[in-house]
Design a binder for this molecule. Sequence first.
Ligand SMILES: [Fe+2]
Length: 495
Amino acid sequence: MKQLIFITHALILLMTSCTPLIPTSIQVYPNASSVEIWTQIVEPQATAVNVVETVEDPKSEKATAVPNVIEVEGRISEILSQPTNSSITVNLISAETADVYIEYGLSSGDYSNKTETHQLIAGMPVDILLEGLKSETRYYYRIRDSEDAGPEHTFITQRQPGSTFTFAVQGDSHPERVKNQFDPELYTTTLQSIASDQPDLFFTIGDDFSVDNLKVVNAETVTSLYVAQRLWLSQIGAPVFLVNGNHEQASLVNLDGTADNVAVWAQNARNSYFPQPAPDSFYSGNTEPVEFIGLLRDYYSFTWGDALFVVIDPYWHSPQTVDNQFGAARDQKKNRDLWNVTLGDAQYQWFKQTLETSNSKYKFVFTHHILGTGRGGIEDANQFEWGDSAGLTSHRPGWDKTIHQIMADNGVTVFFQGHDHIFARQELDGVIYQTLPEPANPYYTYENQEAYKSGEIFPNSGHVRVTVSPNGVTVDYVRSYLDRSDEVAYSYSIP
Ligand SMILES: [Fe+2]
C-alpha cells in the first residue's frame, strides 16, 4: 500500500539515492512475463525528475512514451469511471497485494463514509464502487489501508438540468509517435491544463493506444499500452470515457474465433484498465456480447445536466476493414467499397432511437471520424451511410435516414471527431462538426489541413473545453505550448 499510495515519496527516495526511478512501477504489472515487457517500456535511462522513458521501435524509429511517475504524484493507480446519479467506479491498480478501502465525504478532509475493504492483487486492476451517493453532489475521497492514506481527490455525481458544468475532449494523443507528433512534456502540460479546470467528464477520441508500432503484438504488449496511457490519464482526475480509434485495432475484422487476437486483447484491456459504461438503468449502449470479451462497452449514451452524450464506434461492427488493416500496408485501403463500412444495424437503430427520444437541450456525439476513416469534416458528411441519402435505399434497407440526417433532425449540438490531428470548427445543417487537435504535437502543425475547405482552422496542440449552461454552450480551444502558458486560442458559443 505504501508503495502504491505514497509512490511519490518512494521515488523521491530512490532518486536521491541515484537509484533509477521507474523500477518501482514494474510492480504495477500483473505477472512475470509481463514485467519483462513493462521493463522494456520504462527502462530508465536517467534519474532526473522530468525524464520520460521510451522504447524504441526498430522498424519505425518511433517510441511509446510513459510519463515519469514522479509527475503523477501517487495517482498512477487510480482511474475514475462510469459516474451516475448515485455512484462512481474507482479503478485501482496496486503495486503489491494490499487491503484497501476508500473513505469519502461531502467536504474536503471530512470522510464520513467508507467502503468495504478490498484485497488488491499486485498489478491486477480492481473496480471499487462508491454507491448510495447524492445526485449532483461533489464528493472528496482518498484511498487508504489500516496505516496510511493517499492524497485526496474529488468527483461530482450526475448534474441536474439547469446546472452549469464543463467537460473536456482530447484528440489523438499518439504516445507512440514520440519523434514527430508527441512530446511527453507537452502532453503533461495539456493534461494538467485539463485537470486545472476540474471538468465533470473527460473524453478521449481514440488513437491513444496504437498497436501498430509494436514489434511484438500479444496480450502483454497490447495491455502495456493501456498501462502506459493510464499513467498519463490518471492525472486528469475526472471520469475517463474512451472512444475507439483505428490504431487501437479493437475491431470486428480482427476476430479469428479464438481468444488470441489483437481485437480481444485490446478490448479487454480497454475495459479492464479504463472501465467503460455497460447498459444499465443509467447508461444505454451495446447489449450484444462478444465471445472472449463479453459486453464491448464500445458505444453508449447518458445524460448529464442539460446534455445528452452519445459515443458511437465505427470499428466493432463493420465486416469490412474500416481504416488501416492490422498487419497490412496502409495502401490496402485503396480498393475498399466504403458502403461495406458500417455502424451496423443494431448500433444504427440504437443511435437513431437515442437521439429521437432524448429531451436534452444539448446533444453531443463522439466518434473517431466520420465513417471511421478518410480525411475532412463536413467535406465527408455527404458520403455513404454517413450522408448519401440517395444511396441509402439500395445499400441500407431499413434505414430511413443517414447518420448526418439523424443528427441534423434531432438537434445535435456538436459532433466531435479526431483522426485528422487539427482543430477545425465547421457547421452543416445546424450541426457543428468539431475536429480535435492533438494534445501533444510539439511542432504545432496543421495536420491534414488540405482536407478542410471551410471553417475555423487552428494548428496543434491542446484540448477542447466545453462549458454547458442553461444559457448555452461555449466551446474553447485551449492551446498548450512548451514555452509559454496555455491560452484560449479560439472560442465559440451556441445558444
Ligand atoms: Fe490519429
